[in-house]
Structures are given as C-alpha cells and as structure tokens.
Design a protein around this ligand. Sequence first.
Ligand SMILES: *[C@@H]1O[C@H](CO)[C@@H](O)[C@H](O)[C@H]1NC(C)=O
Length: 211
Amino acid sequence: MRSILHVLPLTALLLIHASASPCKPQGTTITAQQILHVAPNSTTCASTPAITPGECATAAQAATALSTAFIKYTLTSKAKQAAVLGLITFESGEFKYNRNHYPGVPGQGTRNMQSPTFNIKYAALIAATRDQAKAVGDAPDAVLDLLITVPEYDFGSGAWFLTTQCKEPVRMALQSGSKSGWSAFIINCVGTDANNARREYWAKAVEALGA
Ligand SMILES: *[C@@H]1O[C@H](CO)[C@@H](O)[C@H](O)[C@H]1NC(C)=O
C-alpha cells in the first residue's frame, strides 16, 4: 500500500503543514525599501525642517542601525519588529526627529521618543555609554546626547524598550501579529493612545515586513 503522503495532492500537503506548524516570519535584516513603505518621506533629508539640524536620518541609515539593533536585542519576530517600526516612524516623524520638540521635554528622545527616565536606564545598560552617563550626573539632555550620537543606540531604543521594559504577556500578544496585541502594546507598555495615526504606521510596517 502506498503512503498517504503520495496520494494527497500538493495543496493538501501544504495545508497540513501550515496547520501543523504555524511558523511566523523571523529574521533580523530590514531593508531601506521596507522602511520606505512605512516612512515614504525618509528617502532624503534634503527638506528637513531647520528646527532640527542633524536630527534627520534616511531610510538607508535607519535600515543599517535597525538591523544591528534587532541582532543585539534578539528581536527576530517580524510581528514584534513591525510594532517597533510602526512606533519609531510615528514618534520620530519618519526619522525627522530624535528629540522631543513639542513641547520640548529635556532628555526625551531617541527614535521612539522615550522619556528621560527610560533614556537614563537605557544608557546605563549600554557598556559604551554607562560611564559617560554617570559622569554627566544623569542630566537628561546630556544622556540623550550620548544616545543619539550613535545610530545603533538611537534606533535601538525601540527594540530595547520592547524586549526589556514590556511585560511578557504584552510581548507574547505582539508575536501573533494581531491588532489587539498591538493595541495592548501601545496602551499597556508604551502608555499612550492606540489611535488611528499610530495604527496606520503599524499596519504599513506589518505589510512591509510580511509580519
Ligand atoms: C511627509 O511629506 C508630506 C509632503 O511634504 C507632508 O505633508 C507630511 O506631513 C510629511 N509627513 C511627516 C510625518 O513628516
């Protein structure tokens, strides 16, 4: 008698495989092209508003720094990466800013625009900034300066925040790629409104990463 595998059509086999092992996309590389799908204004920094000299970054710069951060924080789930990418593109005005200008909270920044308390914590955990952060007495703006000088730290804060500051149930829910998982991340960990403007950036990130 022939094995059942030999008589089932290929499509049936694929369906069996898909339901038996629902594997979600993984990887650490993100491309400039994927980022441009989410942040189309980041092709160039030529039209950067004068209020923020030196703060703008392009999709190409973001791609390199983000890929490094995804490796560093072992953020391999595309669904989780989409949450981070959606957050940082929204918060930084598509990478125009890495400091809070409206209203201008000293020390609030990096690409996910995290608050000074988180930046002090983040800088203390990076070997290369730990001592300098202490040396400036954890002065918020000086600590932020240390972080935004290095693209890997500047763009890595979103991955750091998700992997170290969010509770496990929030991270688990994100992994499924569901809208409710995303809302829980924004509301319960980022601590803000899961509004439409944010959701649109996240939805684009899901599309771009195939999450
Ligand atoms: C992107 O560019 C368009 C056209 O210049 C502008 O209207 C829009 O506000 C920009 N978006 C962001 C997030 O800066």
